[in-house]
Ligand binder design. Structure first.
Ligand code: AMP
Length: 185
């Protein structure tokens, strides 16, 4: 199974992706976590990404597309994956489709964790992380609206979008998510 998880900052993407991966036994690729690890390890990608991640800006598409292109070739994700935090732009989504096409693979679903904006805001404020200062938070929300919301249309048009109510307890969200995936086969 190949899935991407979409949602705003504070939508619960990380939590749901982790639960899903352990429930269906497939590996998780969480872009934010990968980038933070690359930054901590001071790798080339990490050094490049620092100024973007620190300001809550998106790391440029070209770099991440190249990274994902190489990462999806590794054996551990040959039989499936959950991508969390990627794609975040229409360009990344298109490039992911091209890549999968080249690999003769297909995305099964894009899961949209739908959460009202005021809930996203209060959840994000509660979450203390260095990149969660108010102005950075606002920037991440703005970028989410500008860049990520259009992805919903991209996947909807391709009949790939599954919408889950993300404004429930994490357990309820996961149950709804699993039921939807099962019902869709
Ligand atoms: P996250 O933990 O998923 O919110 O990601 C933390 C930060 O990593 C974001 O604020 C961006 O700076 C960067 N990032 C993560 N995923 C992407 C992506 N798909 N495209 C561009 N930048 C990203």
């Amino acid at each position: 199974m190949r899935l991407v998880i979409l949602g705003g900052p504070g939508a619960g993407k990380g939590t749901q992706a982790e639960k899903l991966c352990s429930n269906v036994s497939i590996p998780l690729l969480a872009l934010g976590d990968i980038l933070r690890a690359e930054i901590a390890g001071e790798t080339d990608l990490g050094k490049f990404a620092v100024p973007y991640v620190e300001k809550g800006e998106l790391v440029p598409d070209e770099i991440l597309i190249k990274f994902i292109g190489r990462r999806l070739l590794l054996w551990d994700v040959f039989n499936g994956w959950v991508l969390e935090g990627y794609p975040r732009t229409a360009f990344q989504a298109e490039e992911l489709d091209f890549l999968l096409n080249d690999l003769a693979q297909q995305l099964d679903w894009a899961i949209w964790l739908k959460v009202p904006i005021e809930v996203l805001l209060s959840r994000s404020i509660d979450r203390a992380r260095s990149d969660d200062h108010p102005e950075i938070l606002q920037r991440r929300l703005d970028l989410f609206h500008e860049r990520t919301i259009p992805l919903l249309e991209y996947y909807e048009y391709r009949n790939k979008l599954l919408t889950v109510n993300g404004d429930q307890s994490p357990e309820q969200v996961q149950q709804e998510l699993l039921k939807l995936i099962e019902a869709k086969g």
